[in-house]
Structure formats: structure tokens, C-alpha cells
Design a protein around this ligand. Sequence first.
Ligand SMILES: [Zn+2]
Length: 334
Amino acid sequence: MFRKIVVVFLILTLLVSFKIPALASNSDVLNGKVIILDAGHGVETTNYFRGYDEQVAMLALAHKIKPLLEAHGATVHLTRSTPANVLLSTRVAMANIWSLYALRRAMVQNADGLDSISGELEEIDRLINVMVYVVIKPEDNASVYFNTPFSPTETIHPDLERIFELQSSSFIADNFLFVSLHSNATAIPIDTAAHGADIFHISNEHHSLTDYYFNYSHVERSIAFGEVLLDNIHETGIQRQTVSPANFFVLREHNLPAVLAENGHHTNAGDRAKLMDDEFLDKLALAYLDAIIAFFNDSNALQSFLSANLLNPSSAWTRHNFRISWSDFGSRFP
Ligand SMILES: [Zn+2]
């Protein structure tokens, strides 16, 4: 009996010592956090290169990250959960709907009575409906509410601007993250030597946005997350490249903390071999989990990065930023 207990004890000790601390164990460290994973492309728009299929690899990665986040208490939405194509407008409209729903729920939970916020709720419901129209009838509505490539006009639609204002709240800053997953390719002619991971974020300084919108609220948080994520990706063996501004559609048509990650170059043999390796994708998924936990919780790195850049008055990321706090909705919100 005693021997049996010793053996069991030894096995338990071994199991515990082989676990990666914080990552392997479940926790509620991401309770209340909402992460939108946008697996790039779909069968109709994917990039193939020498046996590699971007939409397959990125969907696999999304399906690996999702349960890791959920095991730590997060709510995870996938803009695409099968190989089928999902329009860019639908991906972004869904992100807007998910964030408005969460905001609405938080308002109801924090309100003294529903009467006192009926006006705000009515407005949020109207805006949710607007985004639902985009999902249901993109051919008629995507170009009305979103900028190019769907529309020649360069002015933001007032309803989308209203959504952006709601998304500027500290509730969104504290609880939301949008991550678009891709792999990179060099333009023709293919430069097979180019390799490594890059991260992109929206910027209020982007020249193409000056007539559209330049008041994105979560730029600095997005950049800080991108820096941490890129460090983590580097540790998996994919070379760290840069965190840079871009006005990609999936970053531009919402006002959520967001990055688009190019997880290496599939036109490079070394990066491609990694991205086609299921065990490597497991490692990469853990890199995401670790960065997302740091983003929402730990964030010594995040805080020092933010304060260093916020102290710099010429910082491109802070110049146009504003944020609606709960108090802007009235004293009902802590
Ligand atoms: Zn892509």
C-alpha cells in the first residue's frame, strides 16, 4: 500500500514538473474577455504555394488557439470556422455585432433600472440591426456602411461612426481583442529569401484615412499587444520582423483593439515547413495564448511599453486618441 502511494506520488510529481506553468493549467484569468479570431481567407480567396494553403493553416491555428483561450475563461468568436469563404464585410460586421452585444449586456448589468438607459439601448439595438443588414445582404449594404474596397466614397457612414464612438469605451479597451491570422508572401517575382513574422495595426496617421476616420481609440494598445505577440512568435522559431501601420479592411471598419498577424512567409521554405507542421502550430497557439494573457492581465511589459510611448508627446499613436469612459453614459457606470 505504502509503495503504491509512493509510486502515485512520484508520478504526480513528474506530471507537475513537466507542465509549463500558467499555460498548461486551466484558470479563469481570461474571464469576461472576448477574443475574435479571424482566420484569414477561405477556399475562394486563399493563397497556395508549393503544397501550402494559407486558409487551411490559419483555420487550424485558430482552432488550436480557441480552446486554449476558453480553458482560461475567455469567450472566443471565430469569423470563419470552416474552409468556406466569409466576406470581409461579414467578418467585420460580425465583430461590430459581437462588441455591441457585449457592451449592451454590460450596460444592462450596471444600470439601476432599464428605464434609465432605454434610449442608449434603443440606439445600440438600431446599430446592431444595421450591421445585421450588412451580414444578411452584403451586396446591397456593405458598400453603404463600409469604405473601399466596397465603396468609392471616402467619408465614414454616420452609423458606423456611432458604432466607433461606442467602441471607444474603456469596457472595449479592457475586454476585447480582434486578431486576424495570416501568412505572408512576397509579390511576384517571389523572393524566397524573405522570411519572418510581421504585425499590422490601424493608425490615425495613415494618409489614406485622413478623409475617412482618424480617431481610432485603441491604437496604442493594439501596438503594445503586437510587440508582445511578435516577441512570442519569435520564440517559436519564426524570425521577428516589424509592427507596422496598415489600413487593411479588417482593421479599419471597426474600432476595437486589433492586429493582423502575418505568421511568417509561406514563400520561404523554412517558414513554410513550420506552418505546415501541426506540432509547430501547437507551439504557435501557445505563443498567442501567452501574449493574450499578458495583454489582458500581466502586462508589466505592456505597461512600460505604453507609458514610454504615451510620455512622448509626438507619439503618432496618441495624438488623436480619445476614449469614452463609463461615466460618459452617466453615473450609472462604474
Ligand atoms: Zn493572407
